[in-house]
Design a protein around this ligand. Structure first.
Ligand SMILES: CC(=O)SCCNC(=O)CCNC(=O)[C@H](O)C(C)(C)COP(=O)(O)OP(=O)(O)OC[C@H]1O[C@@H](n2cnc3c(N)ncnc32)[C@H](O)[C@@H]1OP(=O)(O)O
Length: 409
């Protein structure tokens, strides 16, 4: 096999994307979905692996900015559209593309790379750690009751066509981005993703619907959902398929959830991936009947350890020497002194004795503050070299608000 990596020529995007779909099983996507991904693809940051005349591998990057603990927005390359043709699997094509990508990301000066994985086993070997989880729920709204906070009744709700409400929803979303690690600033065009609703992919459900929450004449939240009607001999048993729900305050949040709970002829709400610390879990009477399940979501890789650790803030004052191993990106290897607090941090090379020893994958897992260094140490993946260092660093790395990635890419 004689292979060559080339930057994607926009003229062959259809073939390139077709190869990606083939590697994912060959199921066609709706034309509007393909059109959106064509528009969003950054061709100059996308690559193809060629075996002679055959395109056998694809991979792309998005130029995201992601919120990190402390609220800063940091450049994070979003790894996407990775595929290798079944005829060429397990011969190192992915490894070559990962090499090229991480070198390119470093050259672009982005301290972080992020991705969502088709299978969680693939990317750890390249230094990606699982940094966030999504909570999925299936709530029995016949049995589960909601307790809402004061002020909920003052929130008014208004249903609008999703396209008509999109600008107001985007304004709410933009205000939330800095408040939670893992959220991505919208790049131009990405506002179309949450309202993408191809009729062929509804599987019997209604078109997407949108309800706005308003307080004092201002939009303070929204829910986008579909309803899948169903009946049996006992009567209606429809399902609410919740795509997203975001709110700026507790009353708006509760008002939206109460609305979803009370939709006539439905008895279940099925959510998309929600934050693990989503407030709704504290409004319900019976969390067991909500069937919450967790799934890995955002995988984070520190491309430049020093710059990445410096870019976030820390929940408690911190002064620690980290000894980092990183065989795939050896420029990160060695000892780093990290000092910081809630206002910011600095991180520089040092020859001082290490306090903690860990791999770059563990740093990626802990980076957004959702996975504790202590838990990783419990699995033997972080080792303490100075007594007390683990507890202090673990507390400082944690984020008050759980990190969350609201949408895939
Ligand atoms: C961010 C995203 O886009 S996620 C989407 C990923 N794409 C898909 O899942 C589509 C279907 N699958 C594929 O296209 C391919 O099987 C890929 C891309 C996952 C792997 O491509 P390959 O070229 O076969 O991988 P490559 O040969 O470079 O393997 C590199 C290493 O990863 C391992 N690996 C590759 N795929 C997998 C997998 N699915 N599960 C576990 N390990 C894997 C290999 O065993 C190898 O390990 P080693 O370094 O210890 O020997």
């Amino acid at each position: 096999m004689t292979t060559a990596l080339r930057v994607l020529d926009p003229a062959i995007w259809d073939d390139w994307y077709g190869k990606l779909l083939l590697a994912f099983g060959g199921v066609p996507e709706a034309p509007e979905e393909i059109a959106l991904w064509r528009e969003l693809t950054e061709c100059e940051r996308s690559i193809g692996m060629w075996d002679g005349e055959d395109l056998v591998g694809t991979a792309g990057l998005f130029s995201f900015r992601m919120t990190v603990p402390g609220g800063a927005s940091v450049a994070a390359a979003g790894v996407t559209m990775v595929s290798v043709q079944p005829t060429h699997r397990r011969r190192g094509v992915l490894r070559s593309m990962m090499r090229r990508q991480l070198d390119d990301i470093r050259a672009a000066g982005e301290p972080l790379a992020v991705l969502t994985a088709s299978e969680p086993d693939i990317y750890g070997r390249f230094g990606y750690g699982i940094a966030t989880q999504n909570a999925y729920a299936e709530i029995d709204t016949d049995r589960v009751r909601l307790s809402v906070p004061d002020g909920t009744d003052a929130v008014t709700l208004r249903e609008v066509a999703p396209a008509d409400g999109a600008a107001a929803c985007e304004a709410v979303y933009a205000r939330l981005v800095p408040t939670r690690p893992g959220m991505l600033e919208r790049l131009p065009g990405w506002e179309r993703l949450p309202v993408l609703d191809p009729p062929g992919e509804r599987e019997g459900a209604s078109p997407l619907r949108c309800v706005l929450a308003e307080s004092d004449g201002e939009v303070t939240g929204y829910a986008r959902f579909a309803v899948k009607a169903d009946w049996d001999l006992a009567g209606p048993k429809g399902m609410v398929l919740l795509r997203d729900l975001d709110a700026l305050d507790p009353a708006s949040c509760a008002a939206l959830w109460r609305f979803l709970f009370e939709i006539d002829l439905t008895s279940v709400i099925r959510t998309e991936g929600r934050p693990v610390d989503d407030p709704w879990q504290h409004l319900v009477s019976d969390i067991r009947r909500c069937q919450v399940r967790l799934k890995d979501r955002l995988h984070v890789r520190l491309v430049e350890v020093g710059a990445a650790l410096e870019a976030r803030a820390y929940t408690a004052p911190l002064d620690v020497v980290l000894e980092v191993t990183d065989p795939f990106c050896p420029w990160n290897e060695g000892r780093w002194r990290l000092t910081g607090d809630a206002k910011g941090a600095s991180c520089a090379r040092t020859s001082d004795a290490p306090d903690l020893r860990l791999g770059v994958r563990e740093l990626g897992a802990a980076y957004l503050g959702g996975v504790s260094l202590d838990a990783l140490a419990g699995a033997g993946r972080v080792r303490e070299a100075r007594e007390g260092a683990l507890e202090a660093a673990s507390a400082a790395f944690l984020s008050t608000r759980a990190p969350w990635l609201p949408h895939g890419f």
